[in-house]
Design a protein around this ligand. Sequence first.
Ligand code: 13P
Length: 254
Amino acid sequence: MRNRMIAGNWKMNKTYTEGVVLAQGLAKELADGTGDVDVVVCPPTVDLKGVAEVIKQEGAPFSLGAQNVYWEESGAFTGETAPGMLTNIGATYCIIGHSERRGYFGESDEDINKKAKALMAHDIVPISCCGEPLEVREDGKHVEFVVDQIKKDTEGLEISDPSKYVVAYEPIWAIGTGKTATADDAQEVCGAIRKTLAEIFGQETADGIRVLYGGSAKPENVAGFLEKEDVDGALVGGASLKADSFAAMVKAAM
Ligand code: 13P
């Protein structure tokens, strides 16, 4: 029904040269294929072309994703990247709404919604992130906080192919901290996300949308998350920066 997905978010790590080496290493580790698991690698923008070339040359079994996009087609938006530029370079996925973009760069749910629409118009699959800060979790309001994000981020979207929209639940307190949510924590929120998606888009569509967990996911803990009914994979930060650890996570999902 839903293929599992393991996506690597390199964040602001790896120069162009280092990125090519990492992508080559990953191509080697995954040379035997990834079965039914969809694997996505999201390098920094300047590395996209280098990684695209590795994928092509090595016939690597992973797809290319960007970490951000702007919603306009072209024009005077210094420093930004248009969806058509991503398509042209071979990217088929794009992370949007990461908590680091929301927190450090002031992105709103409205921005994220516009980005999703722009990407989908270009047939790029959004990996749309949501997740609560620690104080919201401590208040016990995490489910309603994330449900509210989902409603705003998906407003007016038309999802005809549910495999082409991905949600990543990343509790902010678990990102890069080594403090992982438990598999039950992840299931509680991922289940609520799917229920919300079903209310908006209908059950059949919601059943086809992948919901990933992210936040200190690593080879040692990924299998526990994947056992949960509504967790379809992982969005991986730190552990995606080494070919062997990322490949181990892909293999755990196979
Ligand atoms: P870490 O896996 O390093 O905690 O990062 C998670 C993340 O933010 C992926 O987008």
